[in-house]
Design a protein around this ligand. Sequence first.
Ligand code: NAI
Ligand code: MG
Length: 361
Amino acid sequence: MSTPPTNRTFKIAAVPADGVGAEVVAAGRTVLDTLAEASGGAFSFAWTEFPWGCDYYKKTGRMMDDDGLAALEEFDAIYFGAVGWPSVPDHISLWGLRLRICQNFDQWANIRPVHFHPGITPPLRKADDTPLGWVVVRENSEGEYAGLGGRNLSGRGPGNEVAVQTALFTEQGCERIIRFAFELARTRPHKKVSSVTKSNAQQYGMVLWDETFARVAKDYADVETESVLVDAMSAKFVLHPEDLSVVVASNLNADILSDLGSALAGSLGLAASANLNPERRFPSMFEPVHGSAPDIAGRGLANPIGAIGSAALMLDHFDLADDAARLRKAIEATTGAGITTPDVGGTATTDQVISSIIENL
Ligand code: NAI
Ligand code: MG
């Protein structure tokens, strides 16, 4: 048996950014610090908070500092809230902060588990009597979010502008995320990878993806496979979710499917995610799947479980699997006792959910 690591201090950059981001990042920090205190000195967290986001943009004209990436590179991980506020166009805020970090730090694997919590009645009726749970693996560096294209011809006058948005698929980009999905499937009870494209209509990039999937699959004869078109996969999420284990898809398709998955499990507020640079050349980033939720921000109503579940993924990343498991058990004890926020039918506040999770730790 290996001895547990001792006296490790993890330097974490907290970027709460906008709306409920501040509330849920504060929640995750409290829970992580509680775990660290209970570790008897085995590990601790050294936090630095960055004020970037839409307010910062209003003051400075920048979503983050010009040398912000260099500052972030010094950290062991980034703990992110959510970016976006009605005062700034969404494509400016998202590209200026979250996508800038993901792309420049080559966080090419985005892991988004769809987890069904005890005590939460999901809208997916099948979950009432069938144990469900799967992981969406999202290609996070290219595809439809490569940011390639442009707008032109505005000189021709109103009504004549054109826009081109190009999706980028490289064989290397497809192969690395597909292999990642297969490796993940091997660690799960149901060893299966479902690959999702729309290669009937998108005959270049997505056919390259399909061909790469078929080639890589040959190296994993012990893992079951299927290739499904994205429209059919959305139906399958609802009708045959028991058949899913690891679902690998391009940037846009997996973005949409993971919101669908978290809604089927009860709420967007429950879903955790990790943006990984698996080679560890750069810090990885942990954040809830949801956005800044302007409709409920600042009212103590935000569900902190997505962000706290993302903290558990960060513990996994630091090889603190036992502590991650403890945290997940504490979350489940809280939802199991019916202590939940209004988005999943409860009456608890954000703070009451946090207190309960801490008690259960
Ligand atoms: P959203 O995820 O912020 O909200 C969608 C719905 O889910 C809302 O009804 C909201 O109240 C609810 N919700 C979200 N998080 C919740 C939580 N923790 N607890 C309870 N309910 C929660 O998506 P929306 O409204 O499309 O976008 C709002 C802003 O967030 C936009 O500016 C958008 O660009 C940005 N956004 C940012 C993301 C990120 O930073 N990763 C991801 C998605 C959106
Ligand atoms: Mg999304």
